[in-house]
Design a protein around this ligand. Structure first.
Ligand code: SF4
Length: 483
């Protein structure tokens, strides 16, 4: 059996290395009991940990298994999960401008490189959306950077359409001219990757519930808020992680507001966050000021993303400006503490997680409704939670937010995450505030659940023509820049 092959080989390797179970557990961030279970065949490490082990012991991943058996854990084509994964998968800290075009490929290349320690050169073929908009999104740059110092030759295949996912690439490892191994990678959104049909790095399902209805029922029964639900499932470490996330979001806003000049990529797009922040009307109304402030924060983060700076996916790089803009504005206006904001991030993260689990957060899979639409729903839920609204109103706010993004296309000009992405983040941030306002007045007349709208979003996304899903083949992407 595959498990037994792994157990015996792994146990021998660990003992020969002189590393104790405790030491290995510390290196991997797991308990010594978990290591013991791997050695006795009672459990298998996650795929990510198999890669880490291959790096620690300096052997290829396949070395842990017999050649006649497969290294692969369960394929992603298995039935949809019955639960949800950690909120950490929604809020990933990394370099922009695109979670599926930069953060995902970066992770996949790191893992492939670790699994091929003797490789001294690589080749990569980009397909689908990665080929068509990869240069604009910086996919080629991030792949070369991750595989460095070994050189990597990158080619672009624009015609192949028999692909497991629109964001697919093949990667080949060589030692000199000798071929070592090959993998097919799909970067499926939000930094999540699938290598040779196996989903990586998302860990196990940790949330038993996978619908808003069930989560709200549980919380109401237990008389807890959404952040307490997240902490009850994931432990205090999720709150600590979300504190880091909030810190990074605030830093992105500050850096973006201090920045000016032209965005990279050749479209000659001016950075406008600083200008928006400072350009006050003489007789500015409170409403106009709110609009200007919220939008300037969204521009700030989105421009940092377009510059390939460090940002937090929420739930993706392209939509990273919406949620921080809404929460930061409220913190400035009403003095909410960082702790209160972190709790709101948990509420928004749960909605993002529901969308990721039951639909998609990938623009190339379901259009911009899956990115900015999801971000708007997350921001609406987070703001509703911050305002202390009940579950019904929080749900309604998120439902309004996603419903009014249905069908939104992903067709950025030149494949750059700039036009329409940056303005779109600002518009969605204002829409989230509007959704919360409507929900707080009208939730008793609500007719549709958030769970149902999420399902509709998925079907709509599948029905959208591929021209409008990050392929640069239609819509705005065909426009020539200039008035
Ligand atoms: S149009 Fe939307 S989905 Fe497409 S790259 Fe821009 S923000 Fe992302």
């Amino acid at each position: 059996m595959r498990e037994n092959n792994f157990a015996s080989k792994f146990a021998t390797m660990r003992k020969n290395s002189g590393i104790t179970q405790q030491e290995l557990g510390n290196m991997l961030g797991v308990s010594n009991r978990a290591v013991s279970k791997w050695e006795t065949g009672l459990a298998l490490p996650s795929t990510e940990n198999v890669y880490k082990l291959s790096r620690i012991f300096g052997v290829p991943v396949d070395h842990f298994f017999d050649a006649s058996t497969s290294v692969k854990p369960a394929p992603t084509t298995e039935p949809a999960s019955s639960g949800m994964k950690s909120l950490e998968g929604i809020y990933r800290i990394g370099f922009g401008p695109s979670s599926s075009h930069t953060i995902g490929p970066e992770r996949a290349c790191e893992m492939f490189k670790a699994g091929n320690p003797t490789a001294d050169n690589f080749k990569v073929t980009l397909y689908g959306s990665l080929a068509k908009t990869g240069v604009g999104h910086g996919t080629d740059r991030v792949i070369k950077k991750t595989l460095a110092p070994s050189p990597c030759e990158i080619s672009f295949n624009y015609t192949e359409d028999d692909l497991p996912h629109p964001n697919t690439f093949d990667i080949y490892a060589y030692s000199g001219d000798v071929f070592l191994s090959q993998s097919r990678v799909a970067s499926v959104g939000g930094g999540k990757i699938v290598i040779d049909g196996i989903e990586y790095g998302e860990g196990e399902d940790v949330y038993p519930e996978n619908s808003f209805e069930k989560i709200a029922q549980y919380c109401e029964r237990e008389n807890i808020r959404l952040w307490q639900y997240a902490e009850r499932i994931e432990g205090k470490k999720i709150t600590e992680y979300l504190s880091r996330v909030w810190h990074e979001m605030k830093r992105s806003i500050a850096d973006g507001l201090a920045d000016d000049g032209i965005l990279p990529g050749g479209l000659d797009v001016q950075k406008r966050a600083k200008q928006l922040y400072n350009k006050q009307h003489i007789d500015e109304s409170a409403e106009t000021r709110e609009n200007r402030m919220v939008c300037s924060y969204a521009f700030a983060v989105s421009e940092q993303n377009a510059c390939a700076e460090r940002i937090v996916t929420a739930p993706t790089c392209g939509a990273a400006g919406v949620l921080p803009a809404v929460l930061y504005y409220q913190q400035q206006k009403r003095g909410y503490s960082d702790t209160e904001i972190v709790h709101a991030l948990a509420a928004g993260g749960i909605v993002g997680n529901l969308i990721k689990t039951n639909a998609s957060i990938s623009g190339s899979e379901c259009g911009c409704q899956a990115e900015v639409g999801s971000a708007c729903a997350m921001a609406a839920a987070a703001l509703g939670d911050l305002f202390g609204l009940g579950f019904d109103k929080i749900e309604y706010a998120a439902e309004i937010a996603i419903e009014h993004h249905l069908g939104l296309t992903c067709d950025p000009i030149c494949g750059l995450v700039q036009i329409p992405c940056i303005e779109r983040n600002a518009v969605a941030a204002m829409r989230a505030i509007n959704a919360v306002s409507l929900a707080s007045f009208l939730s008793d007349s609500r007719k549709i659940s958030l769970d149902k709208v999420i399902a509709v979003m998925k079907q709509t996304g599948l029905d959208i023509s591929k021209q409008y899903k990050e392929t640069a083949e239609g819509g705005l992407a065909k426009l020539k820049v200039g008035r």
